[in-house]
Design a protein around this ligand. Sequence first.
Ligand SMILES: [Zn+2]
Ligand SMILES: [Zn+2]
Length: 147
Amino acid sequence: MLKKQCEICKREFIVANNRPKARFCSIKCKAQWQKQLPEEIRKKISNTLKNKGIKPPSRWIENPTNYSTIHKWLIKEYGKADRCENKQCNGKSKNYQYALIKGFKYERKRENFIMLCVSCHKKYDMTLKTKKQIIKNLNWYKNGKRK
Ligand SMILES: [Zn+2]
Ligand SMILES: [Zn+2]
């Protein structure tokens, strides 16, 4: 057995002798490391995996921009979500979140997000009908007009 230090969390961990190149104590730390990689490296890894017939883990290849980074940015720039922008909202929840509008990418663009209460957010992620309804109500985003 070999004693190594995790490059991410700096904890010591033990690996089998046949894995002397191990660099991380856990899958979690490895994922953390992968997220920090520049895009070109990620693409290279992605291509290598694809050539081997392995589907790359989408959360860091296809959707590299960290979910929580964007959410932190939104809150920092625009403040916490404080209302629900779904006009059909039943008002059940007083917890509000930023939700990515369907068809948009996780980018540092406020117009890609709407504020929804937790209740509507769940529905928004789930049913097509609600989705369409909300998108319909959000046409002002497309027109660039915000009241
Ligand atoms: Zn670690
Ligand atoms: Zn709501």
